[in-house]
Design a protein around this ligand. Structure first.
Ligand SMILES: NC(=O)c1ccc[n+]([C@@H]2O[C@H](COP(=O)([O-])OP(=O)(O)OC[C@H]3O[C@@H](n4cnc5c(N)ncnc54)[C@H](O)[C@@H]3O)[C@@H](O)[C@H]2O)c1
Length: 316
């Protein structure tokens, strides 16, 4: 049985991944790790360590204490927050990844680390962005994703570290709020539709970005980590895609499902970041190599989001 450490377990992805992995491998075999204290219910659900992933010795002790063989490393400063503090974005994103890769080399760990569509830039083809293409991002977050991908490839080729990765699109979920990314509007619109009946979107209505619903995102990386080693042919990160839609199309779908909802558009600094990213992604390599397949389209995702958020807010 695997013994897993999730670093960044309280975040948008980690808080859902931890439950899914515990369901599969048993609560005692999946340890959470985060800088922030977990919620009470999380503390009761299974082992959890509070610590700083920038400190290699702290990570090493947690790995030893729980005899860990598999790590999901999810710590990062995201795109919008990263532009507010580019120095911290570089130091945290690269430093913590280097710690994890060094420890993986030493202790023979399997590692998952997510890249992002932010690894692409304005010179990248925007539609059906290929697996192999121009990678020249203009945000510090994107720079750390390209550098991180190359770092993972280096550790794999030089030292045989089994590190696997995907370039996630924007992730939409209802359990834990997103952590300061450029695609956060695609989550906020659902919250505010139910809580206020209106939403002011921070990108323009024609902005199209690739997105994915969280259940697909979680299942995808669990399948990637389970795939036989010889099936993993991309040494950097796999393109991964599900749905692409404009901000207007999203607003129209929400309007159809939430009577009286209205959406206005007031682009802010995040528009420039959105404009530098692809609109859709060619993920045929992930589909061919390890069988990636998404399940949620725009309508199905919106129905599920609204149903769960209504329950969360105690609404009918
Ligand atoms: N959410 C998305 O839409 C998306 C899209 C593409 C890629 N990704 C990538 O997925 C990963 C996880 O993203 P997320 O959205 O869950 O992020 P998040 O910001 O929601 O969560 C990150 C977690 O890391 C923790 N953390 C921060 N600094 C730490 C430190 N020094 N030590 C220990 N823990 C620390 C935070 O407390 C937080 O709980 C990141 O690498 C991100 O770049 C996310």
């Amino acid at each position: 049985m695997k013994k897993i450490l999730i670093i960044g377990a309280n975040g948008q992805i980690g808080s859902e991944l931890i439950a899914a992995l515990r369901g599969k491998y048993g609560a005692g075999n999946v340890v959470g790790f985060d800088l922030r204290e977990p919620k009470e219910e999380q503390k009761k659900a299974g082992p959890f360590e509070v610590g700083d992933a920038s400190k290699k010795e702290v990570l090493a002790a947690a790995l030893d204490r729980h005899s860990i063989d598999t790590v999901f490393h999810l710590v990062a400063l995201l795109s919008a927050t990263g532009e507010k503090d580019p120095d911290l974005c570089w130091t945290l994103n690269m430093g913590s990844l280097k710690n994890v890769l060094d420890l993986a080399r030493e202790k023979k760990l399997q590692v998952f680390w997510p890249s992002s569509i932010a690894a692409f830039g304005p010179a990248t083809p925007k539609v059906k962005t290929p697996q192999e293409t121009v990678m020249a991002p203009t945000t510090m977050y994107g720079v750390t994703k390209v550098a991180g991908e190359l770092m993972c490839q280096y550790y794999k080729l030089k030292w045989g570290v089994d590190v696997r990765s995907v370039r996630y699109p924007g992730l939409i979920s209802w359990k834990t709020p997103p952590g300061g990314g450029t695609t956060d509007y695609a989550v906020a619109i659902f919250y505010e539709a139910l809580q206020k009946g209106s939403y002011e979107c921070f990108v323009g209505q024609k902005t199209i970005l690739p997105m994915m619903y969280m259940p697909d995102a979680i299942r995808g990386i669990m399948e990637l980590m389970e795939a036989p080693k010889e099936k993993i042919k991309v040494n950097t990160s796999y393109n991964l895609a599900a749905i692409s839609f404009s901000a207007q199309e999203l607003a129209d779908v929400v309007k159809k499902k939430v009577p009286g909802f209205s959406c206005s558009f007031k682009p802010d600094a995040r528009q420039k970041i959105a404009d530098s990213w692809p609109q859709s992604i060619d993920d045929s390599a992930a589909r061919a190599d390890w069988g990636w397949k998404h399940e949620y389209g725009l309508e199905k995702m919106a129905d599920d989001m609204l149903e769960n958020l209504k329950k969360k807010f105690g609404k009918k």
